[in-house]
Design a protein around this ligand. Sequence first.
Ligand SMILES: Cc1cc2nc3c(=O)[nH]c(=O)nc-3n(C[C@H](O)[C@H](O)[C@H](O)COP(=O)(O)O)c2cc1C
Length: 353
Amino acid sequence: MSALSVHLPTNRPALILAPMQDVTDLPFMGVIHRRGDPDFYFTEYFRVHRDSRPERHILRSIDENPTGRPIIAQMIGVDIPSLVRTATKLQRHPIVAIDLNLGCPAPIVCSKNAGGGLLRNPQQIDEILGALRSAIGCGFTVKTRVGFDSPEEFPRLLEVFARHDFDALTVHGRTVREMYRTAVHLSRIRDAVDTIAHPVFANGNVLSVRLAKQTIAETGAAGLMIGRGAIRNPWIFRQLREESEGRPVFIPTLRDVREYIEDLFQAVRRPDGTELGHVAKMKKYLNFIGQGIGGDEAFLREVRRVATEREFWECCDRHLLRDDPMPAEPPRRALLDARSERMDQELAAGSRG
Ligand SMILES: Cc1cc2nc3c(=O)[nH]c(=O)nc-3n(C[C@H](O)[C@H](O)[C@H](O)COP(=O)(O)O)c2cc1C
């Protein structure tokens, strides 16, 4: 039995918090933990190259993991000796698996043929997976997209994945070119489930219990990895557990959302930070949390304009001190409109996965 499989639930799909750079750090893990854990956490990615050492702040999220749940350390890189060296170091920390990032679409990453850039070179992926499998004694997982330019590339990638003995494959059902906005190619995730012997986790736009059920029904995946949906709705893992156990599903109110924002506000505050910097950081989370709150996105529009902590809380109080239920899903356009295009660009500029 693999290091990972002992942690996989047997009666429902596994739930995984997606790795998100500058988001899934130690404070954020605590905030999620207080609202209902996933089965697995992921670190942000460790950047791996000839001179790299595992980033200390990411190691802290492993060493001080407050959740009691297993954590998987993600690496991004292309140089085999450096990846092997880093994997050896990471295994001295309490992780259940090491994950290889084959999905980051940031131009700066892809231009070095790392992350999603590697999908243009299946032969190189083959070599990296072989070398890493020999070097990794704990679980070994891979997170991929369905191609670089086109989902037509996926069967060739699956041939490579099927040759290797790793413990789980996460498929973000978009190509690298498609970034974060387009519809998810659920049928390609289904192809992975049908081809790969190990558990496949489906990823992309799982934003609600309804969409989670749809994703499982259409892909047959053994698990769901959830990213932006968990920033917006940190109760999503709890809700999915309750749903699968046939218990009443918790419906957060706007007051609960305000409490979540307050928890996040305290958790991510840096002692040496400025008020302006802190408010700016909160606005990044609010871009997700605010979706669908207030008619015509009034909350989001207003909170984007605040500059001080006082204005920030006045805006939150105006919109969130009430017992109405939080909308179960963001409006469809929130993920597909021009503002999201700007978000794609921001995500890429920040060299995120
Ligand atoms: C802010 C942000 C940071 C991300 N950082 C990473 C990362 O470090 N590693 C990675 O594999 N994917 C990263 N991703 C991609 C997510 O893990 C996930 O694949 C993607 O957001 C699609 O899932 P979702 O629709 O549930 O958000 C990031 C995404 C976002 C929004």
